[in-house]
Ligand binder design. Sequence first.
Ligand SMILES: [Zn+2]
Length: 98
Amino acid sequence: MMYKDDDKIKKEFSKKQNIQLLLFFLMILATPLLIILDPQGISCVKDSLPPIFSVVLLGILVVVGLGTLINWRCPACGGFLGREIFQIQCKRCTFRFK
Ligand SMILES: [Zn+2]
């Protein structure tokens, strides 16, 4: 397959990869909150926490979810790149990012 701006696409991919790593880091930060605010209510700390924690957690989940959906697409074909952050090739259009 031929592409007009291979380097531009590669640069765009590494930018997207950085954003994705940032979102992944946010997700790691949110994990302890998720455990504290477990939906089953097993932990009794839950009730003593101010509701702002739930709002922050929900905010992070929405940002990570939407951010991934919008950002994590192949710059060449626009296809969703899946769960793997460190990819060398698009599974859909076979464009090589590295
Ligand atoms: Zn692609």
